[in-house]
Design a protein around this ligand. Structure first.
Ligand code: BG6
Length: 522
């Protein structure tokens, strides 16, 4: 257990409320809005981080009015302590019925943009002019199926809604999946950048909103003890896992056309890989950080589809038991094709060909219906030379290991070798742990609070730039090509694993090929 010193080095100054803004959510009656966006907005309201002139306009094709929309989206947020925040949000929620592909919907949205703000009408107020300008601010949140992205952005542009004039901003937040492969991601970027500037685009990856993912940079660059040994001379392998116990649970309509590789690797897994692998940026400036992250992905060794198959394992869960409860096979889910060949697990070995990482395997695995829910990165250090201890019977020094625990038990753990108490020199392992939940009272957030606030305040650091997205797809493309090719695909066949297990046995063999054992999921 570790103790956190009560006073932070630099006491945080409370953040300012975001500027007034109309937040337009396309897909307002969808799952994402209910489960994540409205709760995140409620959290921001509770923290006093939304301006009083904030308004949220839900757009969807359902027959609905403002009142029924408010009732529907707030119904799921039960929290007695936030009644004030609920009232704040309720009075700022509005609904616009509309077809995402019809110009009339966008004309209707335009009518919701106030000019000037109610408070700014009192021209005698010293800040009235600034408020009046920022009142035209708008964020367009695309929480829709990806097939609508291009059309919505085109129609926003045609309606003049993307023009940034009179000091106000117009920003677009795009949810994943951003493309299905390299070509579609490039085409989507091209289409968007024809009508909007890169500075207006906020490509979201909710992993970047996670406290522990942001902590990777602080851990590496604010401590002298890690960065000097963060390289090929001291690190033997890096293992990145995102394991879930949940199965597809009715999401098959989307998931069965995507699979674990598309769903998790070019986005969430590569955010972790970039944070772990990046060079120190020159500053905390968004572009400096995003440039270093993109460079890591650009340095990943390009595989041919054949090489990719030799470095990939894919699996699909069969029936099994997870935490004592029976889990049906993936193919038995009503939302999935009964003969589906879609992978629910994938493991890859990647190499980053640069001075820092040459020769260090990056082992990546992600899957559903596994033995434990755990997202983590394990840094395996090299073994110390055993010369001093070679006389000790069966002495095999364990290598040191640092685990960056992303979720659910956010924190760190560091394993090292110590002397077992007694008259003889006997070696044993010790593990030091730090958990955010023990050290701080803050509750883990969904990540969307941070990301929405950052977009409102114009900080793109935690969003993906076009080149990062494309570099991620470029790494994944040979795996997609190999899986799609019947002859090559046979080199990495789909293996059925029992739900609640460690995943396909091939994953253990993949790690063993570079001398490794995955950290057990338990
Ligand atoms: C989503 C994927 O982006 O991330 C889901 O589409 C996955 O399939 C989810 O379950 C995992 O997110 P988290 O925050 O629970 O790790």
């Amino acid at each position: 257990m570790t103790e956190v010193l009560p006073a932070p080095h630099c006491p945080p100054t409370p953040p300012d409320a975001a500027p007034p803004c109309l937040i337009v959510i396309f897909g307002a009656r969808g799952d994402l809005t209910h489960r994540l966006l409205i709760p995140a907005l409620l959290d921001l309201a509770r923290e006093g981080l939304l301006a009083k002139d904030t308004r949220i306009l839900g757009v969807d094709h359902h027959e609905e009015d403002d009142e029924s929309f408010r009732n529907a989206v707030l119904a799921a947020c039960h929290d007695n302590k936030s009644n004030g925040a609920r009232d704040f949000l309720r009075s700022r929620l509005f609904y616009q019925r509309g077809d995402f592909t019809a110009a009339a919907t966008f004309d209707a949205i335009a009518r919701h943009l106030p000019e000037p703000c109610p408070d700014a009408r009192a021209e005698s107020r010293p800040d009235a002019e600034t408020e009046k300008k920022s009142c035209g601010n708008a964020i367009f949140y695309l929480a829709t199926a990806p097939r609508f992205f291009e059309t919505i952005i085109d129609l926003l542009s045609q309606a003049g809604l993307l023009r940034e004039e009179d000091g106000h901003f117009r920003r677009i937040i795009i949810e994943k999946p951003f493309g299905r492969d390299l070509a579609s991601a490039q085409a989507l970027n091209k289409a968007i950048l024809r009508v909007a500037a890169e500075t207006q685009i906020y490509r979201i990856d909710h992993y970047l909103g996670k406290e522990t993912v942001q902590n990777i940079m602080v851990l590496r660059f604010a401590n002298f003890m890690f960065e000097p040994i963060w390289d090929r001379s001291h690190i033997d392998a890096v293992e990145i896992t995102a394991a879930e116990t949940v199965g597809v649970e009715g999401r098959g309509r989307f998931y069965d056309t995507a699979g674990a590789l598309r769903d998790m690797v070019p986005n969430h897994m590569f955010q972790l890989l970039s944070m772990i692998g990046m060079e120190p940026p020159n500053s905390f400036d968004a572009e400096a950080i995003r440039t270093e992250k993109a460079k890591v992905l650009e340095a990943v060794r390009p595989y041919s589809p054949q090489e990719a198959m030799a470095n990939a394992v894919r699996g699909q869960y069969g029936a099994g038991t997870i935490a004592g409860a029976a889990q049906r096979a993936y193919r038995a889910d009503a939302s999935v094709d009964a003969a589906s060949e879609t992978e629910t697990f994938v493991a890859l070995t990647l190499w980053i060909d640069n001075w820092r990482w040459q020769g260090v395997p990056f082992l990546i695995r992600t899957g559903k219906a596994l033995a434990a829910r755990r997202t983590e990165a394990v840094i395996h250090f090299r073994k110390a030379p055993g010369v001093l201890f070679r006389h000790i019977p069966a002495c095999d020094l364990s290598p040191g290991r640092l685990i960056l625990k992303i979720q659910p038990d956010e924190g760190l753990s560091l394993r090292f070798v110590i002397k077992h108490p007694g008259r003889q020199i006997v070696l044993t392992d010790a593990e030091m742990q730090f958990f955010y939940a023990n050290a701080f009272k803050s509750r883990p957030s969904t990540g969307y609070e941070t990301l929405l606030y950052d977009c409102l305040t114009g900080d793109p650091t935690l969003f993906q730039r076009a080149d990062h997205v494309e570099a991620g797809w470029a790494v994944v493309q040979p795996f997609l090509d190999g899986f799609a090719d019947p002859a090559l695909g046979r080199l990495s066949p789909l293996e059925i694993y029992a739900a609640g297990s460690q995943g396909p046995s091939g994953a253990a063999a993949l790690a063993a090929r570079c001398g490794h054992l995955w950290h057990e999921l338990a």
